[in-house]
Ligand binder design. Structure first.
Ligand SMILES: Cc1cc2nc3c(=O)[nH]c(=O)nc-3n(C[C@H](O)[C@H](O)[C@H](O)COP(=O)(O)OP(=O)(O)OC[C@H]3O[C@@H](n4cnc5c(N)ncnc54)[C@H](O)[C@@H]3O)c2cc1C
Length: 470
């Protein structure tokens, strides 16, 4: 019997295991899976914690419905009826700039009337139409791209907050091509972003006419989707679906190469055989596991940095907040002198995130541009978050409920040269056939990207197994 081991039971590892098992079941294959997870729970970054009537997301609070793979996975897990689309109001996003919360403009007229960007900044942005298409193939950072095409103000007030919202990243170091490949393509396909927007807006109007669902232009595209009891329903359902062996609360410390396969060494000295190994753990953890069998790949994996993040969930009685919470929340550009990167109005995005008459806000602090924040004590983290909430939203005093979550290595950073590193990694892995890598460190950090990448790697494992067994 062929055994495929999967190391790590976050969304990536669970997806890979489910896809392989589905295939084996459909084709009546002599195959078994073994999933090994370091923590005593599955889900990895996904963890929905219910306390005092608040539903607090430790990591992600949903996925976007504009890519089919996660939705399709939900259908296969038969949890489609549990899906919860975010409130329509959550399409409204805000940016805190120059001491004011500005609604992120969604179209031309609202952009013109918005005070978020100054008139010189707007003119510079309009000048994007005239900026020639880039021909230099070298890896450009997000900041270089922003300054070149859109101007400094748009970089500071639009691009940088978006990068901290998605990657907790620093635009000065992040690769445009690896973080936002579609933006790179749009420039190449249409000659610029405004030209692309005009052409795509025409298509959107045609879609609306044809009755197709469309997302807000201001958001990243797609509608944020979760479940009644939080995003953990997804990984719980995937875990429950697995038929193979699951070892949790055990770390893989070393992977050894054996003839025709591998030996996994666990922290408790157990040794387990596998014909194929899929790692779905953070890149630094994989580097430690494979150092002895592929030091070149390990070196490349160690070059992928991670940004830290604190997540602060604050609960308030609704009447303590005077402003409307009619949106997704806000992001804060770096120069505003705030401690937090932004705050999501979680109880406005999804119902039942806070007890009746209360609201739940979730603030992010840290990221690549403020990595020292991970060293703050809980008291310091809360104090600084409260100060920002008072300054930005006018909320006086401490929250009625507070919870601080820590992610010392929250999100992998696709820095300049990431694409070349991945190519070199693929080459380095040629000496260890049967060792396959997935997870959020490579081709996207969103849950959709993780599900997509894990599906692709599962297909590769299946193909490899079929080639070997004839
Ligand atoms: C605060 C925060 C908010 C986010 N918000 C969103 C969002 O709203 N929407 C979205 O799409 N994405 C969001 N993301 C990104 C997304 O959550 C992650 O990219 C994704 O969950 C990563 O899944 P993964 O399975 O690749 O990795 P992980 O979830 O990190 O799973 C890796 C697993 O490997 C295990 N492991 C590690 N070492 C070993 C070992 N030696 N042996 C065995 N097991 C090991 C770990 O314990 C872990 O369970 C957010 C991330 C963070 C941190």
């Amino acid at each position: 019997m062929t055994r495929i081991a999967i190391v790590g039971a976050g969304i990536s590892g669970l997806t890979a295991a489910c896809v392989i098992e589905e295939h084996a079941h459909r084709n009546n294959l002599d195959l078994t899976t073994l999933v090994i997870e370091k923590q005593d729970r599955t889900g990895g970054k996904i963890w929905s914690i219910k306390e005092e009537g608040y539903l607090c997301e430790w990591g992600p609070n949903g996925f976007l419905d504009n890519k089919p793979m996660t939705l399709d996975f939900c259908r296969r897990l038969q949890i489609e009826d549990r899906l919860l689309r975010s409130d329509d109001n959550a399409r409204k996003r805000y940016i805190y700039a120059d001491q004011v919360l500005h609604r992120l403009p969604e179209n031309g007229p609202s952009f013109l009337s918005s005070k978020l960007i100054s008139w010189p900044g707007k003119l510079r942005l309009a000048g994007e139409m005239l900026v020639p298409k880039r021909t230099d193939p070298s890896d450009e950072t997000l900041a270089e791209f922003g300054r070149r095409r859109l101007g400094k103000e748009a970089l500071d007030k639009l691009i940088s907050p978006m990068v901290s919202g998605i990657f907790a990243g620093d635009p000065e170091t992040m690769s445009l091509k690896s973080c936002f490949p579609r933006i790179c393509e749009l420039e190449q396909e249409y000659g610029g972003l405004l030209k692309a927007m005009i052409r795509l807006a025409r298509k959107k109007r045609a879609d609306i006419k044809a009755g197709k669902a469309v997302a807000s232009a201001a958001g990243p595209g797609g509608i944020l989707t979760s479940f009644t009891e939080g995003i953990q329903e997804l990984t719980d359902a995937a875990t429950a679906r697995l038929k193979g062996e699951m070892i949790s609360g055990q770390e893989v410390v070393r992977i050894e190469k054996k003839s025709g396969g591998f030996m996994l060494h666990l922290a408790d000295a157990r040794q387990l055989d596998a014909d194929i190994v899929i790692t779905a753990s953070p890149s630094y953890a994989v580097a430690a596991m494979i150092e002895e069998i592929n030091s070149q790949a390990a070196t490349l994996l160690r070059q992928i940095p991670y940004a830290p993040m604190n997540v602060v969930c604050s609960g308030y009685q609704r009447e303590r907040i005077t402003r409307d919470l009619d949106g997704f929340g806000y992001l804060i550009p770096r120069g505003e002198g705030c401690h937090t990167l932004g705050t999501l109005w979680d109880s406005s995005i999804f119902p039942n995130r806070a007890p009746q008459g209360h609201v739940l806000l979730r603030s992010m602090m840290g990221g690549a541009t403020n990595s020292a924040a991970i060293e703050f004590s809980d008291e310091e983290v809360v104090e600084r978050t409260v100060a920002d909430l008072e300054r930005i939203m006018g909320i006086a005093g401490a929250p009625d409920f507070v919870k601080v979550f820590r992610h010392p290595r929250a999100i992998p950073q696709y820095t300049r040269g990431h694409g070349a590193r991945l190519q070199a990694l693929d080459q380095a892995l040629e000496v260890t056939p049967g060792l396959l890598l997935t997870g959020n460190a490579f081709y996207g950090v969103g849950l959709n990207d993780c599900v997509n990448a894990a599906d692709r790697i599962a297909q590769r494992a299946i193909k490899l197994m079929e080639e070997r067994t004839g």
